[in-house]
Design a binder for this molecule. Structure first.
Ligand SMILES: [Fe+2]
Length: 185
């Protein structure tokens, strides 16, 4: 279940409804889908997309998305660091960023207001929908793996536009949720 850190108040929101409400008030849709479909997390992408076809169609109708795929990265992925370097700096897109997490963990930082950064940790079962134009960046957690369904409004894909604010450098890319267990290194 997604977890939000409220930095000003030095507290973490873990209750599902409170997380959803806190984020929705800032323009971010967050849902947790339970029970998830009985499809293995390491199934071929086509099987994942087939299992979640109904939810994908619902989201397509909701946000005008036209395509869906499955992104799969882990510590063995060639060029992982250079791939991550594209997304771990504050940026925005001309379309929504929609992810449903199948496996692994991820850490979004969003900046819905000039002076407020909100870290959001996501795990399997979480849907997160950042609206187009929202400033954000993304890191993996220490397990360095994530598998997620992505939806796109434009079949040509999306491009990150960097804000170059440097705000991202003030935040540690550390996952913080109680369900997150850092792997032994
Ligand atoms: Fe992004």
């Amino acid at each position: 279940m997604a977890i939000v850190k409220i930095i000003d108040e030095n507290r973490t929101v873990t209750d599902r409804q409170s997380v959803a409400e806190y984020l929705m008030a800032r323009g971010v849709r967050c849902e947790h889908w339970t029970p998830a479909h009985p499809v293995e997390a390491d199934s071929p992408a086509e099987e994942i997309l087939k299992a979640y076809a109904r939810e994908i169609e619902r989201l397509k109708a909701l946000g005008g998305y036209v395509t869906a795929d499955v992104i799969d990265v882990n510590a063995q992925t060639p060029g992982l660091d250079s791939m991550l370097a594209k997304f771990n700096r504050e940026h925005w897109h001309e379309e929504d960023e929609v992810r449903f997490i199948i496996h692994g963990h991820g850490l979004f930082h969003i900046r819905p207001e000039e002076s407020r950064v909100v870290p959001i940790e996501v795990e399997a079962g979480d849907l997160i929908l950042l609206p187009k134009g929202m400033w954000h960046w993304f890191d993996l957690c220490a397990d360095r793996q994530i598998r997620a369904i992505r939806l796109f409004q434009n079949s040509s894909g999306w491009t990150p536009y960097y804000t170059e604010s440097g705000v991202d450098r003030n935040f540690q890319p550390m996952c913080f949720g109680p369900s997150y267990i850092a792997p032994q290194v």
